[in-house]
Design a protein around this ligand. Structure first.
Ligand code: NAP
Length: 319
């Protein structure tokens, strides 16, 4: 049977790793909603190896914030599987409307939802996060994950919970080169790190699974080790051959980070990101041994190594 899969954020950090993995799937149509079809088409993977029937990529231009348009796409292509990866200030409305569209479509059978590495579905963890954090792009994951558990939705789901992406470090590239500073204040509590290519592999493996064993499961993706801020600075120092200082996880460091993130996007986003890094300063951001082993089972391998990625990154041509 042909497979119809809808992938959001195809040009995004995970999407760019996921689309090449989907290319080898036969009898598959990959529907790619985007606000910028020409940019997305330019980023599609080239046909690398001869294949009788590679996956077909279909870019559809519109906005995920428009429920009628999104529902129309699901129905037009008889989409069975959706990968939902949403961001920006309207993440709450867009996520809930997308879930509603999927329920109304009557075609969608499975959702893969991109969350983050907290146990948002448990009351204990949700209460701890609500006590300690006001970041909208974090809290939206509580509501969404609880909606999946309690919402009586007419499709099955799998939740992917990544830790902190390796590529976030590239936001500090200019600052590390010019000022020898990693300018996102990561504390000594420590954060697990993850390669977007591993997140993409997990999603592909859920898409092709026919046993249903990942249905109703929350799968954390990332390193077993949590890296302290000082360790991240050491890893970059070693790779660059000069001392890199971590922004201090103090009121001053958080305030500067907020201002800089705000100037890159907008002030609300700057505050929201600050609230998230302040949460990382309260407890380690990582996973249990059991969650780590579940991940290895889904990936079929150990996750990528963060330090090796840093070393490789500084030797690439466009570093
Ligand atoms: N970065 C991390 O370390 C980390 C860790 C854990 C979880 N996460 C989660 O990962 C998710 C993806 O974050 P990201 O920064 O990596 O983004 P991203 O995957 O690079 O996605 C950005 C693209 O997604 C599309 N998009 C997503 N939401 C949209 C919306 N509401 N309206 C319109 N277009 C939308 C847009 O595509 P077009 O431009 O083609 O329209 C946009 O360019 C977020 O939910 C984030 O909270 C991130």
């Amino acid at each position: 049977m042909p497979r119809n899969v809808l992938i959001t954020a195809g040009a995004g950090h995970i999407g760019q790793e996921l689309l090449p993995l989907l290319q080898s799937l036969e009898e598959t149509r990959v529907i790619l909603p985007t606000t910028n079809a020409s940019r997305l088409k330019a980023s599609l993977p080239p046909h690398s190896e001869p294949q009788s029937n590679p996956a077909t990529f279909i870019a559809e231009e519109g906005s995920l914030t428009d429920p009628a348009w999104f529902q129309g796409l699901l129905e037009k292509y008889e989409v069975e599987t959706v990968f939902l990866c949403l961001t920006t200030e309207d993440e709450l409305f867009t996520t809930l409307n997308c879930l509603d569209c999927m329920a109304r479509s009557k075609t969608v059978k499975h959702l893969i939802y991109l969350s983050a590495c907290y146990d948002f579905a448990s009351t204990e963890c949700a209460q701890w996060i609500l006590r300690n954090c006001s970041s909208g792009h974090v809290l939206v994951k509580i509501l969404t994950e609880q909606k999946l558990v309690y919402g009586n939705l007419p499709f099955s789901w799998s939740v992917i919970r990544p830790t902190l992406f390796f590529i976030n470090d590239l936001r500090s590239k200019h600052s590390m080169i010019e000022n020898s500073v990693y300018d996102e204040p990561l504390s000594e509590q420590g954060v697990s790190r993850v390669a977007p290519s591993d997140i993409a592999l997990a999603i592909k493996n859920v898409i092709i699974d026919e046993s249903g064993k990942w249905n109703g499961r929350h799968i954390s993706i990332g390193s077993k080790k949590v890296y302290k801020g000082s360790e991240i600075a050491d890893i970059w120092s070693k790779a660059l051959g000069k001392r890199i200082e971590m922004y201090p996880a103090t009121e001053e460091g958080f305030r500067r980070f907020e201002t800089e993130m705000g100037s890159k996007k907008n002030s609300a986003w700057g505050r929201d990101m600050r609230l998230m890094v302040e949460l990382f300063a309260k407890e380690p951001f990582g996973m249990t041994e059991k969650e780590y082993l579940e991940q290895v089972e889904l990936l079929g391998k150990e996750p990528e190594d963060y330090e090796a990625w840093v070393q490789k990154t500084v030797t690439t041509a466009n570093w």
